[in-house]
Design a protein around this ligand. Structure first.
Ligand code: SF4
Length: 241
């Protein structure tokens, strides 16, 4: 379009934050690799570290080898951990995401996929996030027939048993004796993690039992609308955790 339109404009592409490697998390993971990862994961972390020194765009799709999700989720950029104090300003930062954000702040046209568009859209009320959506922007959607599904996925908050379990096991995995807590003096928290894993399992089992068994609903149905509050007992109310 830049070649064919009679106006000058700058365009920039940005992907979802989790698509960018975070140099700060990568360094922490690299320094604590033996307490966090299995041997094959440590080899992958080495490769990622070397790649990060040469990549320009710093995103997952730019990596020329396969990356295991468990390793990527420990080194990718995430919400809530970025500060200028620890990561530098735009002039001296090594952060790929900060550089991409800077490029889009200078651009007239920003290209995002549907998933990122609706993730940003869902977060526009968040005062800590600048966001990229401005009141007077024009939006052009390609493939607009998929909008409804993607929007529904991103605008409503979602939580699942596996999501909670995954994050608890990242803190401490009893079977593998690995996790973030192993390197820090928080070992007294480990029984709490074990307890939370059980509470999580119990809570979702209760929901399933309540919805499908007691109410004789069809278990094959994937979505149900729940209109009452407190359909199961709050597990945290009977638990010290
Ligand atoms: S600004 Fe955020 S994503 Fe970038 S290096 Fe720092 S913590 Fe990582």
């Amino acid at each position: 379009m830049q070649e064919h339109l009679p106006v000058d404009f700058k365009a920039a592409l940005i992907k979802g934050k989790n698509n960018y490697i975070c140099p700060k998390r990568l360094k922490i993971a690299y320094e604590n690799a033996y307490s966090l990862f299995e041997n094959d994961e440590i080899k992958l972390l080495d490769k990622l570290y070397s790649w990060s020194k040469n990549t320009i765009d710093g995103t997952l799709s730019d990596i020329p080898f396969q990356v295991i999700p468990n390793v990527w989720s420990s080194v990718c950029a995430e919400r809530g951990i970025c500060t200028n104090k620890t990561c530098g300003g735009i002039e001296d930062t090594e952060c790929f995401y900060a550089k991409a954000k800077y490029r889009i702040s200078q651009a007239d046209v920003v290209v995002v996929n549907h998933h990122l568009f609706f993730t940003l859209f869902a977060g526009v009320k968040d005062v800590d996030d600048e966001g990229y959506l401005y009141k007077n922007d024009f939006v052009i959607f390609d493939e607009a027939h998929t909008l409804e599904t993607v929007a529904a996925e991103h605008i409503v908050p979602a939580i699942s048993r596996e999501m909670i379990k995954y994050h608890l096991l990242r803190l401490y995995n009893e079977r593998k004796k690995k996790g973030f807590l192993v390197s820090f003096p928080f070992l007294h928290v480990i029984p709490v993690i074990q307890n939370l894993l059980e509470v999580n399992q119990y809570f979702f089992q209760n929901i399933k039992r309540e919805l499908f068994h007691y109410r004789n609903k069809d278990e094959k149905k994937l979505a149900l609308r729940i209109t009452e509050k407190n359909i199961v007992k709050d597990s945290s109310a009977t638990n010290n955790s």
